[in-house]
Design a protein around this ligand. Structure first.
Ligand SMILES: NC(=O)c1ccc[n+]([C@@H]2O[C@H](COP(=O)([O-])OP(=O)(O)OC[C@H]3O[C@@H](n4cnc5c(N)ncnc54)[C@H](OP(=O)(O)O)[C@@H]3O)[C@@H](O)[C@H]2O)c1
Length: 270
């Protein structure tokens, strides 16, 4: 089952364990992390999951996603043998993610970003095949790719033996909310996950017509943006560190923008 809102765990460092527990207790059922010590504390997400299980919230009631970051996305703490071939790196990274998370499977596994730009290259295909193999083994429910452009995604959809099921991208209003990539996702039944919906779009949060929509609904413009994202078919991520904001973010499922409001926001800075 694909969730409707994802709690992101980047940049939380030692606070990761408590924040994941707080987010799940606030109502989040989907957690995003990555095997990338530079930005994420995957093992602390695992600690939170163990504590939640003690409190009666089982692993099976949660949707877990993690990622395989290429070598250039890591600092000196590389969680696989950087000298090994890429297939081995993916296998090692995945095994270490399972260990960190204390689970035998994840619900979604992403390539954190392509190796080549603007098209995919040989390294991407080697890594994607290794990720496909993990999916075939039944230990990753969905597989996908992050930080991908439309050329790369179109190529992956066209040529991969197992097509991506998830995309996770930074979503800028001034790029039509990543319209080209979202269009490919819609056409091929790929779930589009949007991050930095707030931090990348501060002008939208202050835009008077968006403020008016928020007033009509009795919420803040942050909730308007998250609800907009859901209504255009995105799966939003939030990385809030504030319990009240967690509740507000989850509360967007109780508001509804009109079709005109959705169209307006879709074109607001596009
Ligand atoms: N694939 C990738 O390369 C990649 C890159 C970046 C992020 N991500 C994922 O996406 C997740 C989210 O990242 P993000 O960049 O979207 O978020 P973020 O950087 O964690 O920031 C969210 C910001 O929004 C604020 N916020 C959230 N809800 C709010 C509310 N209701 N009212 C007021 N402020 C609110 C937060 O402030 P408070 O803390 O004060 O609430 C915070 O400043 C990450 O944790 C990670 O899992 C993935």
């Amino acid at each position: 089952m694909t969730p409707t809102f994802v709690y992101g765990t980047a940049w939380k460092k030692d606070a990761t364990t408590e924040l994941v527990k707080t987010a799940v207790k606030a109502g989040f059922r989907a957690i995003d992390t990555a095997n990338q010590p530079k930005h994420y504390s995957e093992a602390l997400v695992g600690e939170a999951l163990a504590a939640l299980a003690q409190d009666g919230i089982s692993r099976d009631s949660l949707w877990l996603q993690t990622k395989q970051p290429p070598r250039n996305g890591q600092d000196e703490r590389v969680p696989y043998d950087p000298q090994a071939d890429l297939t081995t790196q993916v296998k090692q990274s995945f095994e270490s993610s399972l260990k960190h998370l204390g689970t035998d499977r994840v619900d979604s596994y992403l390539l954190h970003g392509p190796y080549s730009f603007p098209n995919l290259g040989d390294e991407d295909w080697e890594v994607w095949k290794a990720i496909e193999e993990i999916h075939r083994s039944g230990r990753a429910g969905a597989i996908g790719i992050s930080n991908v452009n439309q050329l790369q995604l179109a190529e992956l959809v066209e040529k991969a033996a197992i097509k991506p099921m998830m995309v996770q991208n930074r979503c800028y209003a001034n790029r039509g909310w990543d319209r080209e990539v979202r269009t490919i996702c819609q056409k091929h039944g790929i779930t589009y996950q949007g991050f930095s919906l707030l931090t990348a779009n501060v002008p939208v949060l202050r835009h008077p017509p968006v403020v008016s929509i928020a007033h009509r609904l009795g919420v803040d413009t942050m909730q308007v943006v998250f609800r907009f994202a859901m209504q255009v078919g995105m799966l939003p991520l939030t990385g809030t560190t504030d319990e009240q904001h967690m509740k507000e973010d989850l509360g967007v499922s109780r508001i509804e923008l009109t079709p005109d409001e959705v169209s307006f926001i879709e074109s607001v800075a596009g």
